[in-house]
Ligand binder design. Sequence first.
Ligand code: HEM
Length: 401
Amino acid sequence: MAPSSKLSLLSLYQPDWAADPYALYHAMREDGPVQWDDWMRSWIVLGHAEIAQLSKDDRLSGARIADFHAQLPASVRSDVEPLAGALSDMMLFNEPPEHTRLRRIIKPGLTPRFIREMRPLITERAAELVDAVLDQGHMDVIGDFSEPLSRNVIAHLAGVPGHATPLLENWQGLLHEFFTQSCAEVPRVNSLRAAFDEQAAKRRAGTADDLFSQVIAGQLERETYTDDEVFANFLLLIDAGQATTTHLIGNAVLALLRHPDQLARLRADPDLCQVAVHELMRYDSSVQFTTRVALEGMEVGDQHVEQGQSVTLVLGAGNRDPRRYDDPDRLDITRKATDHLSFGHGIHYCLGASLALAEIEIALRVLLERTTELRLRTDDLDWLDSINFRFAKELPVEFGT
Ligand code: HEM
C-alpha cells in the first residue's frame, strides 16, 4: 500500500496555492522528491534529477489514451470516441516505434532555417501589435499581444489560415472534459475535423508550399500517413504551440514586472533577452506537469511504483528544486538555466522549443523597445482554474512611449 501525503497537487485548486504553486511544491517536497498523492491517484515526482531520469526511462509510457478511454463509463464511451481517436494518434500519446514515425509528420517543418526565416516575420507582427495600442497607453499583454502573435506564427507554420485557429480556442476545455469524464463537447471535434478535411482537399488540388501541403502530398520521406494521423498531429501542433507560448510570454512579462531590478537590466541590455528566456521559462512555466503510466513495476528513488500506476512529473517543481538551483525562487535573468524542464525531457522533448524560444525572446525585446515604464495595472490577477496549465487569464499593463 502506497503511503499517502498530507498535501495534494489538487490543493492548487485553492486560490492561495494557485497564486503560488511553488510554495506548495516546496511544502510537499518535505515528504521527499517522490511521493504518492491519494487524491490524484498518482505518484508525484518533484525533484529535477528524478524527473530528468524518469523522462528517459522507457518503462514509463505516454501512451495512456486507450486505457483511459476503456475506463470511462459505458454511457459516455462511444460519445467520446472521436476525441479519444484523435488523441490516440497524437505523437504525444505514443511511444516508439509509432512515436518516431508520427513525430516525422511535423519535424521537417520546424527546421533551424524555417525558424531563422520566421524571425523577421515575428518581429514585424509583434511590433504591429504593440503599435496598435501605443496611443491608448495600456494593454492586456495576453489578449492584445501574445495570443494574436503566437496564433499568427502557428497559422503561418501549419499553413492554416489565422481565422481557422479560433476553432481551437476551447480545446483545453475539451481535453479537460475528456480527462474528467464530463465530455459534452464532442461535436466540436467533428467540426474541427470538417474544417481540417476542407483544408486538406484544397491542398490536394493546389500547389502551396507549406508544411500542410507537403504532408498532404505525401512527400515526407516517402512515408504515408493516414488522414486521421495527419489531422491528430496538426491539431496537436496548433494546440501545443499556441496556448503554451501565449502564456509563457504572459508569465515572463509578469515575472519581470514583479522584479523591477531584472526588468531594468533587460532594458539596459536588450541582447540579454536571449539568455533571459531560459531563466524566465524556469521561473514560471505555462505547463506545470506531464503524466506517464508505469509499464512494469519499478523502483523510483526509495518508492516502489506498481505496473499500471500513474506517475506525474511536476516540471514546475523540478524547475525550483533547491538541489539543482541555488536560491531557486530568485529570478536571475543571467542564470543561464538552459537545463530547465519546461519543454519536458527525453523523446517527447518539445518539438517547438526553438520556435517558442525565438518567439518569447522577440516578444520581450519588441515590447521593451517600444514602451517605457511598463507596469501592472493590478496585482489582483485571475489565474486559470487548472493545476496543469498555469497562467493569468488577463495581464493588464500600462506604459509610456
Ligand atoms: C511537447 C511545453 C511550445 C509543439 C511538449 C512537452 C512540453 C512542452 C512540456 C512535453 C510533454 C510530455 O513530455 O508529455 C511547451 C512550452 C512551450 C511549447 C512550455 C512554449 C513556451 C511549443 C510550440 C510547438 C510545440 C511553439 C509547435 C510549434 C510540441 C509538440 C510536442 C510538444 C508537437 C509533442 C512532442 C512529442 O510527443 O514528441 N511541449 N511547448 N510546443 N510540444 Fe511544446
